[in-house]
Design a protein around this ligand. Structure first.
Ligand code: DC
Length: 218
């Protein structure tokens, strides 16, 4: 039997990560947050003061990078960056770094390696379309931008950041636009993905829906 692979894609704030993490626990499979990988590269590029247009410098950076991703923490060249990659500054820049072709190629290789030997659930923008096109199950989560901004605002406030709903809504719309319009593997629903609109659903509703659709072979 082939490995169980569950792909969860969708725009920022659609609930992907929270849902994917919970489903991974319920099914006892590995969870991979691919957004965290692009965030870690962005954090490294910012720390090195690189221009995001400088593809050669970004190429050298990702070639030398050591990323260790576990469900609890993200280590970048031995530094724990779990919190540092979630700051508003990184969030603002991550779409620009993740549209660079070489960065994507490298991340996709790492993501596929992780999916090779174990059952996984991965969340991102291109999992069902590019990373795991043969995934056993594909879900595409969407939600109204203002609802997504409200969720992001609560998350930021809980971490002590000040946030305005208007600014966050604008940032989310900008990020959606860059992620959906980039040339290489844009944010897109795979033709065979099940779309779930989470605007009026609780996290538990979404988890239940996904679990009810996934059949785990023992
Ligand atoms: O899921 P997130 O908000 O942490 O993702 C951060 C950014 O990373 C997102 O704006 C686009 C990029 N990303 C991507 O291009 N491809 C993925 N598979 C995951 C994230």
């Amino acid at each position: 039997m082939s490995q169980l692979q569950i792909a969860i894609d969708g725009p920022a704030g659609s609930g992907k990560s929270t849902v994917a993490k919970a489903v991974a626990q319920l099914l006892n499979i590995t969870y991979l947050d691919t957004g965290a990988m692009y965030r870690a590269v962005t954090y490294a590029a910012m720390k090195a003061n690189l221009s995001f247009d400088d593809e050669t410098a970004l190429k050298t950076l990702v070639d030398d990078i050591q990323l260790d991703i576990s469900p609890k923490s993200i280590q970048l060249n031995g530094e724990d960056v779990t919190e540092a990659i979630r700051t508003p500054e990184v969030t603002r820049c991550v779409s620009d770094v993740s549209k660079v072709g070489y960065v994507r190629e490298k991340m996709v290789i790492l993501q596929r390696e992780i999916a090779l030997n174990q059952p996984v659930i991965m969340d991102g923008r291109d999992i069902g379309t590019v990373v795991l096109p043969q995934a056993t199950y594909k879900f595409f989560l969407i939600a109204d931008p203002v609802e997504r901004a409200k969720r992001r605002m609560l998350e930021l406030e809980s971490k002590g950041f000040e946030a305005s709903l208007e600014v966050i809504t604008e940032e989310i719309i900008t990020r959606d636009k860059i992620d959906s319009e980039r040339e290489i593997s844009p944010l897109m629903r795979a033709a065979d993905a099940i779309e779930i609109d989470t605007t009026h659903l609780s996290i538990d509703d979404v988890i239940r829906k996904i679990i009810s659709l996934v059949k785990v072979e023992k």
